[in-house]
Design a protein around this ligand. Structure first.
Ligand code: DGJ
Length: 702
């Protein structure tokens, strides 16, 4: 038996057979493992009416195994060698990792399976690869990293969504059979986030057992949760492959994608407190340690109106509000006067920028603003110089019709000449202008993504994208990159290795953002979640929110403004100055702290805390009409019983107050100091809040 311990989780692998099997993932085991008694405990009943052997779920199940669950591996050699049986070839381990090499003598396939534990953060990573060491081609149909899950856990929370409606949770009971999520859109997709939570019916934000899984991949993917008639359960995730997509010739290797997972006993908050620091420690790498600068993005302020005077006056207004970086969005390059033309031609449009981007560069320097620039490198419009010169560079199937998406087609970036072209066009701009930030957009799904021979290249597409990003980062290591795909269509740990921020959604409506940010925060830390203050009336929902609510929602990510602030009235501008400065005061706490969801005092509240050092921020958003006329006191978890906390009100929504004859008395007190134990057990009485209003508090250990 092999045991790997992290701070609060243990994982046990039985190694006595040819194929190792994970037999335990759960609460940390404190006592030494008694192998013989454990082996006896693991021998369960063998029921009548079936095979004579107990069915063990291994790390590399195939059609040869008697579990009758969906196998991890599906291969064949022209209809033969379809049920591999493994021999253990190598076995290496350290305190925090274990690596196996398994070989199937029939097909010649060798599997490398590597588990690495981040002991401090309780997160495990499994990396795998397959190599054809035989002498015949192997058709790989499926490789899904497979884990056993305890029978008691029967509630699956996955995340779906669409453009302007990302990160919507969906809960389903797991009974007999399987729940499957398959993404065929070629990018991570809004529809199927490659991660899910598995708990019991009693698991909630702060209580109960919970597994969380995430696949680090930005293309087609599949996740499955399955329970057999014998009660055996498994979770599987991996790349979803098109027919014939991976043919392994002798000597070829297929690198699968990492699966990340964690286990917690304090509900979804436990997932957040593990994944957020894990991402900081293992995935993210910022060029420097400076705080995340406040952005202004030109898109919702100006769209395609790139008049120099407009750009300049927006920059002046931005500086006045405390903005630190200016991102020039879509519309600056050749022929791009609307969304029907120009993609592919990454040179400055001389008709609107006769002196290039130099005048803008001067303006930004004058206003102390960093320079960010939008690209959508993977795409081409038919109305572009690039398409006129290279119509064959598009991913397409010869002789077939393919739908466009936003008037654009996808380039075959697996071709070296396409990679070189894009690399040159982008780096020429980076050479000529002091661009410190790229907004890398991607606005359509892949469809009929065949190379010039018609072979599917979905898998190689993503690898090529990573290569291109890597090349640009190596050439310009100080340039940050944002991953945007019609908002949050490409958010995962795979792309995050090469980028520094996500554009979570094109929807800046505070109500919608509160939901998306709450769930996205289980997987990602705040500093990578791009969050902008939009105009009073949202461009995507037509809802209106007070500035306090919009800013108080946006500041819990990486703050920006996506609003023509020149139109803001004097009082709004003054308020904006104050709110941007509040973000700057809080950003160390926000971007180094841990955000945990918590139960609100009313069932229509979205509540969470952010803790860092001796500071805790609490945000309570009242989504709908409160259930009761007086809200229950908010019990604040995670404080120290014996300490005392001073409470400051940072944001109080404008209208809160008119529904009460008297606010809770602590809100009137000049000194608001309470014991940790009382705040946790008795709770903090809240004001009666209007629908769509927000309260943000700061607690300081004093
Ligand atoms: C889609 C993005 O999500 C928007 O923020 C904006 O950059 C547009 N594309 C520009 O075309």
């Amino acid at each position: 038996m092999r045991v790997i311990h992290t701070k609060s989780v243990s994982l046990v692998i039985a190694e006595q057979n040819q194929t190792p099997a994970i037999v335990y993932i759960g609460r940390r085991l404190e006592q030494p493992l008694l192998e013989s008694s454990l082996t006896t405990l693991m021998q369960r009943a063998i029921p009548q009416g079936g095979l004579d052997e107990a069915a063990q779920l291994t790390i590399a199940s195939s059609f040869a195994d008697p579990t009758f669950l969906n196998p991890a591996l599906q291969i064949h050699q022209q209809g033969k060698a379809w049920a591999p049986q493994w021999q253990l070839q190598e076995n290496e381990a350290t305190e925090s990792s274990v690596q196996y090499k398994l070989a199937d003598s029939k097909s010649g396939l060798v599997l490398s399976w590597h588990l690495i534990a981040d002991a401090q953060n309780d997160v495990f990573t499994i990396e795998t690869s397959l190599e054809n060491k035989g002498s015949h081609n192997i058709s790989l149909q499926q490789w899904l990293t497979t884990l056993p899950i305890p029978q008691q856990l029967d509630t699956v929370t996955s995340f779906t969504g669409r453009w302007i409606h990302e990160f919507q949770p969906q809960q389903q009971p797991l009974s007999f059979g399987s729940i499957e999520f398959s993404n065929w859109k070629g990018r991570t997709s809004h529809d199927h986030f490659p991660g899910l939570l598995l708990g019991s019916q009693r698991t909630d934000f702060t209580h109960g057992e919970c597994f969380a899984f995430h696949l680090g991949w930005s293309g087609n993917h599949q996740q499955r949760v399955e329970r057999s008639q014998s009660g055996q359960c498994q979770y599987q995730a991996g790349i979803a492959l098109m027919p014939g997509e991976v043919e392994l010739a002798p000597g070829d290797q297929f690198s699968a994608v990492p699966l990340f997972f964690t286990y917690a006993t304090n509900g979804f908050a436990g997932v957040a407190e593990r994944f957020q620091p894990f991402v900081r420690d293992n995935i993210l790498s910022f060029p420097n340690a400076t705080p995340r600068p406040v952005h202004i993005n030109t898109w919702e302020a100006l769209y395609f109106n790139h008049e120099q005077t407009e750009l300049d006056s927006l920059a002046a207004a931005a500086e006045h509000c405390g903005v630190e970086r200016y991102v020039l969005d879509d519309g600056w390059f050749s022929g791009r006067r609307d969304d029907t033309a120009g993609l592919g031609d990454w040179v400055v449009d001389e008709s609107i920028y006769p002196n290039g981007l130099h005048p803008l560069k001067t303006t930004l320097k004058k206003h102390n603003l960093g320079f960010g620039l939008w690209f959508e490198p993977e795409m081409v419009n038919k109305n572009s110089q690039l398409h006129r010169s290279h119509p064959d560079w598009v991913l397409q199937l010869p002789g077939q019709q393919q739908a466009s998406g936003r008037n654009q087609w996808v380039l075959d970036i697996t071709r070296p000449e396409v990679q070189d072209y894009l690399y040159k066009q982008i780096t020429d701009i980076l050479r000529d202008y002091p661009v410190e930030y790229i907004k890398w957009d991607m606005n359509r799904d892949l469809l009929q993504a065949g190379d010039h021979q018609g072979k599917p290249v979905y898998y190689h597409y993503v690898r090529s994208l990573y290569r291109l990003l890597d090349r640009i980062r190596k050439a310009y290591p100080l340039v940050e990159i944002e991953s945007c795909a019609s908002g949050g269509g490409r958010m995962d740990y795979g792309i995050l290795k090469y980028t520094h921020r996500f554009w979570l959604s094109d929807c800046n409506d505070a109500n919608e953002r509160q939901i998306m940010q709450q769930w996205a925060s289980l997987f990602f830390p705040a500093e990578v979640l791009g969050s902008h203050i939009g105009p009073t009336k949202s461009h995507t929902t037509s809802r209106s929110h007070a500035l306090n609510v919009r800013a108080g929602t946006a500041l819990f990510g990486h703050l920006g403004i996506e609003w023509d602030i020149r139109q803001a009235n004097e009082s709004e501008q003054a308020q904006l100055v104050q709110l941007v400065s509040l973000y700057k005061d809080l950003r160390n706490t926000l971007h180094q702290g841990i955000r945990r969801p918590m139960a609100g005092a009313d069932k229509h509240q979205i509540a969470f805390s952010v803790t860092h050092g001796d500071t805790m921020l609490i945000s309570i958003f009242q989504q709908k009409m409160p259930e009761f006329s007086v809200p229950a006191p908010l019990r604040i978890p995670g404080l120290n019983n014996a300490r005392h906390y001073a409470i400051d009100i940072l944001i109080e929504a404008e209208q809160t107050g008119h529904l009460m004859k008297r606010k809770p008395s602590w809100m009137h007190n000049r000194t608001k100091v309470f014991s940790g134990e009382q705040l946790m057990r008795f709770g903090l009485p809240l004001p009666v809040m209007d629908p769509e209003s927000l309260l943000v508090l700061q607690l300081t250990d004093c």
